[in-house]
Structure formats: C-alpha cells, structure tokens
Ligand binder design. Structure first.
Ligand code: HMG
Ligand code: MG
Length: 297
C-alpha cells in the first residue's frame, strides 16, 4: 500500500463556492457568524466571498460588507475570488490579504463563466496578479473543468497542464484543480493529477472536487495516495457552480474529515465543530445539507 501523508491542509470554500449557488439570500451578519464558526472549528484558510459582477452572483454581492464584519483571527487566512482588475480593486479596498483568479481548461465553460476565452483570461490576470503581489497580497489560481467540461466533454490532461503552467508563470503560489461538475473518477484523477505531478510540486496543487456523482471522497483518497496534501471542501457539502448545469456542491468538509480522521491524517479541524457550523447555515438556508456524515447526527 502506498504511503499516505501525515497531515492535510483543508481550504474551506463553503462561504464562497457553497453559498454562491444557494438561492435563499443570507443576511451578511449570518454569513459572518458562519465564517466565525468555521474558524473556531480550526480552519486556517477560508474562502469567504468573491468580487464578481453582483448581477451574476447576487448572493455574494455583500462581499465587502462581510469582510468588514470579520475580525482577524490569528493564523486564519481569508480569501476571495477576483475575475479581473475591477474585482481586485474592490478586494484591496476591504483589506483582504489573499485573492484567487479563476479560469478553466475548456473554452466554452470559461466563456459562460467569466465571458472570456482561456488565453484572454490569462491576459486579464497578468496585471491583476502583478498588482496583487505588489500590494503584498498572495494569489491562488483555479483551473475549472480539469476532467470534464459540461459543454465539451472529456478534457485532455495536456490542456490542464498548459493552463496550470501559465498560471504559475503569472506568479500564483498554489493552483486548485477543479472537477467543476463532479464527474471525475479515481482513474481520471490518476491520469490528470499524475500528469500534473510530473511537472509541478504536489505542495503547490490543491484538489477541488464537487460531489455530483458521489465520487469526491474516492477521488480524495486517490489524490492522497499520489502525495497531494491540499483539498478544498464546503461545510455540509453546500453549493455548486451557477455556470455549470447539474453541478452539485463541493465535497463536504465533514465527509472529508471523517475519511482523514479515520486514516489518522492530521487536519487541525474539528469534525464536531464543523457539524455545528453546517447545522447553523443549513438552518439559515432552511434546507438539509447533503453531507452524509452530517445526516448521521
Ligand atoms: P463582463 O460583462 O464581461 O465584464 O463580465 P466587463 O468587463 O465587460 O464589464 C461589464 C460591466 O460589469 C461593467 O459595468 C463593469 O464595471 C462591471 P458597467 O460599465 O456596464 O456599469 N464589472 C464588475 N462589477 C463588479 N465586479 C467586477 C466587475 N467586472 C466587471 N469584478 C465578469 C465579466 C467576470 C465580471 C462576469 O462574467 C462575472 O462576474 N462572472 C461571474 C463568475 C462567477 O462568479 N462564477 C462562479 C465562480 S467560479 C467557480 O465556482 C468555479 C470554482 O469553484 C472552481 C471549480 O469548481 O471548477 C472556482
Ligand atoms: Mg467549485
């Protein structure tokens, strides 16, 4: 059996990726409470919002106000998505210290998502990343549709590697590899992540699995066996992507923690406290969240 890592870093994306696809509008102070509960549970990295066009993602239109309401917590890093310079300017005004640019490995998805082709988006990000770094912020990159595109089908691993390299060349410190519609299986992970690992260090790659087909935990296990140690997840399994038809939420933080805890892999995050945060936000949304582990309590 291959060696599993001793510790894993979790990037909690529930307040952004999770809430962005929820129809019921959540008041800003309730979102702030949710973020506080996630930090109290031990999360060190929380993606709290995005600075995109408020018309496209109305749920996150209050990003600036939310960030203002969040008091700094020692050791906890908040981040937000920015699609362009306008987004970065809005982010900088709030004082947030980490942003993320996001593009895709397939053209059609990227056009539907951010109204730009892949090359065009890389051109738009160049000054965004430069400015962010100059201002002392750190920058993460996302590549969506790394396995399957809802419009174009299977995505070649070479195309993923090309976009990942282009983003690293811009100066991002970490890239999240997105299974946007949750269609990948462990074999796809082995193929695509295996190809990426021949070119990029595992420590700079994160895996971002949506759970549409219930494969996310299996895909995490596959990634662990390949030496990957950073995973994105959403409390309760909230969310989806508004521009990926049929996509459901991220792997639930509880489901990820159940696996990691039982494998003896350290995360620093308390499953019990995440459950509380999920019950809280599920109550605000007035719906049962999909996490399997959450449903057992
Ligand atoms: P656009 O219409 O092409 O933008 O939208 P534009 O540059 O042509 O500007 C048009 C208008 O939008 C202008 O206003 C701009 O000022 C304004 P007007 O002059 O008409 O009054 N504008 C903005 N306003 C606020 N904030 C901004 C901004 N930029 C322009 N940042 C844009 C391009 C990217 C803005 C738009 O398509 C958009 O907001 N898309 C939303 C994308 C999104 O949030 N998707 C979900 C997140 S990605 C995801 O979930 C995937 C991920 O989880 C990984 C995975 O699972 O694969 C990360
Ligand atoms: Mg996502």
């Amino acid at each position: 059996m291959s060696t599993l890592p001793k510790a894993v870093r979790i990037v909690e994306v529930g307040p952004r990726d999770g809430l962005q696809n929820e129809a019921k509008s959540i008041p800003t102070d309730r979102k702030a409470e949710f973020v506080r509960m996630l930090a109290a549970a031990g999360h060190k990295e929380i993606e709290v919002a995005s600075f995109v066009h408020p018309k496209w993602v109305p749920q996150l239109a209050d990003a600036a106000e939310l960030i203002r309401q969040l008091e700094p917590v020692p050791g906890v890093r908040y981040s937000a998505l920015v699609p362009n310079m306008k987004g970065l300017e809005r982010a900088i005004e709030t004082g947030i210290r980490r942003v993320a640019v996001f593009t895709a490995a397939s053209e059609t998805f990227n056009r539907k998502n951010i109204n730009m082709g892949v090359e065009e988006s890389l051109g738009v990000f160049r000054p965004v990343v430069e400015t962010a770094l100059r201002e002392g912020l750190s920058v993460r990159g996302y590549v969506s549709t790394c396995f399957v595109c809802p419009y174009e089908g299977a995505v070649p691993k070479e195309k993923v590697a090309y976009v990942v390299k282009a983003l690293f060349d811009l100066g991002v410190d970490e890239i999240s590899i997105g299974d946007t519609i949750g269609a990948a299986t462990p074999r796809d992970v082995e193929t695509t992540a295996g190809h990426l690992l021949t070119q990029f260090p595992a420590a700079q790659l994160a895996m971002h699995f949506h759970d549409t087909y219930g494969m996310a935990v299996a895909n995490v296990y596959q990634s662990l066996q390949m030496g990957i140690t950073t995973f994105d997840s959403s409390a309760g399994g909230l969310g989806g992507c508004p521009y990926a038809p049929g996509a459901s939420g991220n792997v639930a933080t509880e489901d990820l923690l159940y696996l990691l805890d039982r494998l003896g892999i350290e995360t620093g995050v308390s499953l019990n406290l995440i459950r509380r945060a999920s019950h809280f936000i599920g109550g605000e949304l007035e719906r049962q969240l999909p996490s399997r582990v959450l449903q057992t309590t």
